[in-house]
Design a protein around this ligand. Structure first.
Ligand code: F0G
Length: 458
């Protein structure tokens, strides 16, 4: 069995977890309409719904909170955060936002004109929605291997450079306001992008005079993968990898709820002063005065510390290995997982796990429900419930190719013993998978149905 290194921290404050019985969980999940979004967190043992905003802060972050400067304008905490972000990215102009989508809103409003196209490796849902709202067409150009769960490629988040060049050549800077690279690429499993790919994409962008931006929500995990998998960087410091990576872009937007190691927040950073000034104008309207941007001074302080801690090698090595360990324990017993595991989550292929359940009966959601029943673990379906579309003419349902279960691992929250509970629960279900039955939807909202729909067994 794969070995796993010990936690590089010890626990100073504990949050009790409630253990329920299977009988209790049966009632709770039925009451929730078999939708895990309707469960109260009190009734969950291990919560793997998301790695966003769920990190544990360090003693240094809690101490930093006390130094928050809650001034409306010119907060000391802002300048401290700005210096940290500039040291990590090289970008001199920094603007906080209340979370990632606040930054997405401002950047897309500034840069996008209706009828344009925004290429990227794979845009995250909220980013894509902001682009569409401003009249642009988001275009995912991830390499082909990035869309195949079986393909074992070290950088499945890479952008297809030929496709990118064709788009830039055909449409030019008039039609392409910017290119966005998401590191790591959440939408295909937290897969990294190589430095070589980023460098080449940046060269193309320069040649066609189109700006390049990063969605940097998981930038530190991407830096670790570059160090671990890209030979030229094996002896590099993570901070130097980070600076080089960002040096190829014109700016970034970031949800601090992931690699910021805090529970709320976000920011934008720019190379260009004029753009920053424009963003500041919009911030006053949408987020708040530019030295707080929707965040409390204390949260700016905690983020400043989190952004430094997240680039520490023992932390990142443990983080990425903990995720990989879970994937390998499952894979060893034949559980179909997306390969290789990404930075923040393990994905199980629902259709392969439960081949006797047709896609119309939500195999991945069946596994999510069973995981809760088995041991009180909350995972999330990213598949048939979330992504099925209706043909506008025939009304016929178009199912997504992939029906996945995501086990997202919060940062510094669960110990290796918890991860073993997760592995054993999935393996125990795998042994009795033939007995599981399909689900049907009994209530659904017209948009984003996965958040509120209700199911029952077929
Ligand atoms: N970009 C990426 C790559 C993300 O994964 C997210 C959020 C956002 C932007 C938006 O940031 O939530 O702070 O507004 N991802 C979360 C998840 C919700 O569960 O993967 P936000």
């Amino acid at each position: 069995m794969k070995k796993i290194g010990p936690e590089p921290y010890k626990i100073k404050m504990v949050e009790p977890l409630k253990q329920t019985t299977r009988e209790e969980r049966k009632k709770l999940i039925a009451r929730a309409g078999y939708n895990i979004f309707n469960l109260g967190s009190e009734d969950i043992y291990i919560d793997l719904l998301t790695d966003s905003g769920t990190s544990a802060m360090s003693q240094f972050q809690w101490a930093a909170l006390m130094q928050g400067d809650e001034t409306y304008a010119g907060s000391r905490s802002y300048f401290r955060l700005k210096d940290t972000i500039t040291s990590i990215t090289g970008y001199p102009y920094v603007l906080p936002s209340h979370q990632g989508r606040g930054a997405e809103n401002i950047i897309t409003e500034m840069l996008i004109k209706p009828g344009t196209i925004v290429p990227g490796n794979m845009h995250f849902d909220s980013t894509r929605a902001h682009m569409q709202l401003k009249g642009a067409t988001p275009l995912d150009l991830v390499i082909d291997q990035g869309l195949k769960p079986e393909a074992d490629h070290p950088f499945k988040g890479n952008i297809n450079l030929n496709k990118l060049e064709n788009v830039l050549k055909e449409h030019g800077r008039e039609k392409v306001p910017f290119v966005l690279i998401t590191v790591t690429c959440n939408s295909n499993g937290g897969q990294p992008v190589s430095m070589e790919n980023i460098r080449s994409a940046a060269e193309l962008c320069r040649r066609y005079r189109v700006p390049l931006y990063f969605d940097a929500a998981r930038f530190a995990e991407n830096c670790y993968f570059i160090k671990d998998r890209e030979h030229a960087y094996k002896d590099s410091e993570l901070i130097d990898i980070s600076r080089e990576m960002f040096s190829y872009g014109d700016g970034c937007m970031m949800s601090s709820k992931k690699d910021g190691l805090v529970n709320i927040g976000g920011f934008m950073a720019f190379k260009d002063e004029v753009l920053h000034q424009h963003a500041c104008q919009l911030s006053i309207l949408y987020e708040g005065f530019p030295t707080y941007g929707g965040m409390a001074g204390r949260d700016l302080e905690a983020l400043s510390v989190g952004l430094q801690e997240v680039l520490e090698l023992p932390y990142l090595r443990f983080r990425v290995e903990q995720v990989a360990y879970l994937a390998e324990r499952l894979q060893e017993e034949g559980v179909p997982v997306v390969k290789p595991p990404g930075g923040h989550a393990v994905y199980i292929d629902g259709k392969k796990f439960l081949p006797h359940i047709p896609q119309s009966q939500f195999p991945a959601q069946v596994l999510v429900v069973e995981l809760y029943l088995e041991s009180g673990i909350r995972a999330i379906e990213l598949g048939t419930t979330a992504f099925t579309e209706k043909d506008p003419d025939s009304g016929e349902l178009i199912y997504p190719e992939l029906d996945l279960v995501r086990l997202a691992i919060p940062r510094r929250v669960y110990t290796n013993a918890h991860i073993d509970v997760v592995a054993e629960s999935v393996l125990s279900i795998y042994k009795k998978r033939d007995q599981l039955k399909g689900l049907k939807i009994v209530y659904e909202a017209p948009v984003l149905r996965h958040f509120t729909c209700r199911f029952d067994f077929v």
